[in-house]
Design a protein around this ligand. Structure first.
Ligand SMILES: C[S@@+](CC[C@H](N)C(=O)[O-])C[C@H]1O[C@@H](n2cnc3c(N)ncnc32)[C@H](O)[C@@H]1O
Length: 261
């Protein structure tokens, strides 16, 4: 996208001097108060991303549209979310591709949904089951602010444990507490060759899920892993990992549907 930044868009302001990031939504009459001075939104609206703007005290800030990773880390959340480090692995290991039909539950704050919508493209479809209306509203808002109203997203206020209405699904991705309850149904509604993914915070839950996948003879290639991600500091002689990192998020469990041997 090469258009200038418009009113209503989100931007990242990057402090050129210390690399700190700030996230704002542009409004005609808005202003930003930073400890280094003030910037009016009208000084940003109409400029291309990558522009340098200066605070009232003359400090330089770069203006960028947020990447999906930045957007997810800054968007409002009412639930825990799937972090970008795990999203990256879900997209590749579950082989989410343009044209794919993916069913997910629950939508939560919409982090996974955003990543899926990007990956399946306009030819693909994302169906999302979520039990709670307030989370549907939160996720819709987050999605709308990043990519408008995607016509290929269908959100259903439904309990996934009560059954999946769709059939012939390419992928099922669950971020709910008891995904093992869905396995018999998932085996029916996934197409042959389809992939199931469970995202769970504790290994006790993972054990129940793997047991259920094994018991349902149609799942093979069952694997479990977690993603450890560590930033590094590269400044002068201080060339070392960051002191702090996200220690644990969740485990990924994958299985592929085939015919029962
Ligand atoms: C951890 S949040 C999901 C976060 C989401 N994946 C994201 O990345 O933003 C779990 C969600 O699952 C929903 N949920 C829990 N059990 C469910 C069920 N049986 N059917 C549908 N949604 C359910 C909860 O209401 C909550 O919104």
């Amino acid at each position: 996208m090469t258009q200038p930044i418009a009113e209503g868009e989100s931007v990242i302001l990057l402090d050129v001097e210390d690399g700190k990031e700030f996230f704002y939504r542009m409004r005609e009459k808005g202003h930003i108060n930073l400890h280094k001075g003030k910037i009016l939104h009208t000084e940003i609206i109409g400029k291309p991303e990558g522009t340098v703007v200066r605070t009232s005290r003359g400090n330089p800030f770069l203006v960028f549209r947020p990447t999906l990773t930045q957007y997810i880390m800054h968007m409002k959340r009412d639930t825990s979310i799937i972090y970008p480090k795990d999203l990256a692995f879900i997209l590749l290991y579950a082989d989410i591709h343009p044209g794919c039909t993916v069913l997910e539950a629950g939508i939560g704050s919409g982090s996974l949904t955003l990543a899926l919508l990007r990956a399946v493209g306009t030819e693909g479809r994302v169906i999302s089951y979520e039990r709670r209306e307030e989370f549907i509203e939160r996720a819709k808002k987050n999605i709308q602010l990043f990519m408008g109203e995607p016509p290929n997203l269908e959100i259903k206020q439904r309990d996934i444990y009560e059954g999946i209405e769709e059939t012939g699904l390419d992928r099922i991705i669950l971020d709910v507490p008891e995904p093992w309850r869905v396995i018999p149904n998932a085996a029916e509604v996934l197409r042959l060759g389809g992939i199931f993914v469970g995202y769970l915070p504790t290994i006790i839950q993972v054990k129940s899920l793997v047991d259920a996948l094994r018991e349902e003879k149609r799942f093979s290639s069952i694997e479990v892993f977690e993603v450890l991600f560590r930033n590094w500091n590269i400044e002068g002689l201080s060339v070392r990992p960051f002191h702090q990192m996200v220690g644990h998020t969740g485990f990924l469990t994958l299985g592929r549907k085939g015919e029962a041997p």
